[in-house]
Design a protein. Structure first.
Length: 150
């Protein structure tokens, strides 16, 4: 795999999002380091600053220390899984308001039923369409901000 220096990639991709849209911060929690790197780069092209956590415990810690606008969290991780992460963040008043998206490769009905009754706002299925996710995140973050200020 050939990679370009990060500066070159960022320069080519600038301008995809409107300049007047404020940059939002998204925490990505996943034990797959390749996914973290792809997610960070993809979200950056859509005007997001991404923070990365390589596991559930680290994700909860980072979310409570430096509260982001939204979280994308894998479900299956060693140690603390995504369900525990979401429940912990919903239980903390500092992070209870966050938009939390589950991210999974599971497509079965049992997984969907579990997710509907969980602390997640929505489900992303891998492989992820980052254009669609970016639009959804912007809308969800704005809706949550308007809801908490009114």
């Amino acid at each position: 795999m050939t990679t370009q220096p990060r500066k070159a990639v960022e320069t080519k991709l600038e301008g995809r999002e409107p300049a007047d849209r404020p940059r939002r911060r998204v925490l990505i929690v996943d034990d797959d380091l390749d996914f973290l790197e792809i997610a960070e780069a993809s979200l950056a092209t859509h005007g997001f600053d991404a923070l990365r956590a390589s596991g559930g415990l680290r994700g909860v810690f980072l979310a409570t220390q430096d509260v982001p606008d939204a979280i994308i969290c894998d479900l299956r991780m060693p140690g603390i899984d995504g369900f525990v992460v979401a429940e912990a963040l919903r239980a903390d008043p500092a992070t209870a308001h966050l938009a939390i998206l589950a991210c999974t490769g599971r497509r079965d009905l049992e997984a969907r039923a579990l997710l509907r009754s969980s602390a997640f706002d929505a489900v992303l299925t891998k492989p992820v369409d980052w254009d669609e996710v970016a639009r959804f995140l912007h809308d969800l973050i704005e809706a949550r901000r308007e809801g908490s200020s009114g």
